[in-house]
Each structure stands twice: as C-alpha cells, then as structure tokens.
Design a binder for this molecule. Structure first.
Ligand SMILES: [Zn+2]
Length: 343
C-alpha cells in the first residue's frame, strides 16, 4: 500500500512537473474541487512532496482569491504544497503588486492559468455595495471593487440581486484588469500558453463554478481616445433608439424580476435581442448550469466573436441562470438578421 501511495505521489509530481496545458490545469482544479465537495480527498504524502520541493516549484495554476478565511484555496481544490500559486487579497482585486506576483508565476514558474476566484457572501463586495466611510487603506480596496458594483447597481434596483451579481462582475472586472495591464499575460495568452479563468466559490456547497470571463477592456484601462469613441457610439445608439418605431427589448425585461424562468427546466431558448443601451446582443439560450452554458458558448465561439455568458438570479426561483449571448451589434436589425442566419 505504501509503495503504491509512493508511486501515485511520484506520478502526480511528474505530471505537474511535466507538460501540463492550460486545459489540463483547469481540469485538475475542477477535479480537485469535486473531491473536496465529496470529501473524497486524494492521498498526500507531504514528506515525500517536501523532498521534491527542495528542487524548486512548478505550480500549475495561479489562484487570485479573497482573503476570506472560509475560502482556503489549497483545501477547496484538494491540493498539497507546490501545486497552486496563491495570491490572496480582500475582494480578489488586481493592483500592480498583485499583478507582479501573477506575472512572476506565469513567466518564471510556467503556471498555466490564472483563476480569479470570488466567493458567495463576500464581505468586501458587500461593504462596497453598502458604502459608508472608509479609511485610506480599506478605501483603496473599495475603490477597486467599485466599478463592478456601480455597473450592477446601474442595471438593478433589487438589493438582494446586487451583491451576488456584483461578486460575479468583480471577477469579470479583475480578470480583465489582470490581462489588459500586463503585456506578459497578453503575450502568453495570445500564444495559447496561458488562460485566464473566473470562478465563484459557494461557501454553502463548497462548489467552485469555473467560467471563461469576457476579458473586455474596461474604460479605466482604455485609452482616452477609445473612451471618446465609445461615448460617440453610445450617443449614436441612443439617437437611433429614439428614432426607432419598434418598442425596444430592455435589459430589465430579462433581468430576473420579470423573467420567471421555469424552475423545472434546465434550459430556456430565447433567441431574443437585448440592449444595455450601448450595444445590442442576441441571447441564444439560458441555462441553469454554468458548465452547460459554457459548452454552448464554446460551440458558438468557434464560429463567432463576442460570445459571452451573463449570470443573473431569477427573482421567482432565486436561482442563478446563465445566459449565452452573442454580441455586439450596433443596431437591433443587425442582431435580428444575425439571429436568422444561425437558425
Ligand atoms: Zn471576500
């Protein structure tokens, strides 16, 4: 038994020291989390692992997560020392220091992916949503979480929805901030050698839902010129909207409160055009299960650009659903024509 255990541990070390791809790394995290959820932990020989680690470290994944004591990365992914490169900061925010650590692990330690991991009931996001007086240091954390919170607040009035949606949006914002502020990550990713993924850890179930963030360039890191262009486009869209005869489908129409998704079904086909006031996008379907939405999105990603997943909480079932959308179109007609072309 001991011999077998030794062999398994050696094999695992060889695997992590060998050629792990970004997809392998994702799979390893997902499998580790499944073991944690089922409490069927893998055998670990810490003593043997330590002698391997004297030679150096080769973590397969970088995990940026919140400092919350209920979210211990090595445990929730059932890993021992040397496997994951962990950076923890309240609200899992990205700044220069955090990004320096990420770049070090990506470039020098050959880690294959960055997982930006938020979690349910995040106190840092909650504090940002609720606002109030913050000192300089906590204030600088809040400042970095604010863009996600403001974006969600602008679209939702239901207080119960804002915090969970802001937690997900914060993962999107921080993932994009990591990528677009690092030439090293951009290059590695462009070469297919590195992936940036988002995740939400549920304190309740122990489950981590891993997803591909949109990695959209945020206004903050966009050039002024680009920002100006966006503003012009926005005004043009507004003008078009006003002059358009047809009633416009509004974001709020499918935003939970009136969506009323069938709790007994896993999937809802919509094929509807939505607008956030800036762009038009085609909602293909909605899924109860994030990974199913992900596989549908991946299918479309092979054919079209701008395929993304939008989580939302249905007000009736209080469950999170994941919309698969294709965007962005500048007019509703363009989006409708596109919908007809993929039928
Ligand atoms: Zn937190």
């Amino acid at each position: 038994m001991r011999k077998l255990l030794f062999a398994v541990v050696s094999l695992m070390s060889a695997f992590t020291l060998g050629q792990v791809t970004p997809d392998d790394a994702r799979k390893m995290l997902e499998e580790g989390n499944a073991r944690y959820v089922s409490t069927n932990f893998k055998a670990k020989d810490f003593r043997q692992a330590r002698s391997e680690q004297v030679k150096g470290q080769k973590p397969y994944a970088i995990i940026l997560t919140c400092s919350d004591s209920r979210v211990p990365p090595e445990l929730i992914f059932d890993e021992g020392p040397g496997q994951v490169f962990v950076i923890r900061v309240a609200g899992n925010v990205v700044d220069e220091v955090v990004l320096g650590s990420i770049e070090y692990a990506a470039e020098h330690l050959n880690a294959q992916l960055l997982l930006v991991l938020g979690h349910s009931a995040c106190g840092a996001v909650k504090a940002t949503v609720e606002g109030g007086e913050f000192g300089k240091n906590i204030g600088s954390l809040v400042e970095r979480i604010s863009p996600a919170v403001e974006k969600i607040k602008a679209k939702n009035s239901d207080k119960n929805l804002i915090i969970p949606l802001a937690i997900e949006e914060n993962v999107e914002v921080q993932s994009a901030a990591a990528l677009h502020n690092s030439h090293i990550l951009e290059e590695l990713r462009a070469e297919g050698k590195f992936k940036i993924l988002g995740g939400i850890y549920s304190i309740e179930t122990g489950e981590v839902q891993i997803f591909e963030p949109a990695l959209k360039l945020e206004t903050k890191s966009s050039s002024k010129q680009e920002h100006g262009k966006k503003e012009v486009e926005k005004k043009e869209t507004e003008k078009k909207e006003k002059s358009h005869d047809k009633p416009k489908p509004h974001e709020s129409k499918a935003n939970g409160a009136s969506a009323n998704y069938d709790v007994n079904k896993d999937k809802k086909i919509t094929n509807t055009v939505f607008t956030d006031g800036e762009h038009f996008c085609l909602q293909v379907s909605s899924w109860k299960n994030r990974s199913k939405a992900e596989s549908v999105a991946n299918k479309y990603r092979k054919l079209y650009d701008g395929v993304f997943i939008m989580p939302f909480i249905d007000a009736v079932s209080h469950k999170t659903w994941y919309r698969v959308r294709i965007g962005y179109f500048t007019t509703q007609k363009e989006a409708e024509d596109f919908a007809a072309s993929i039928e």
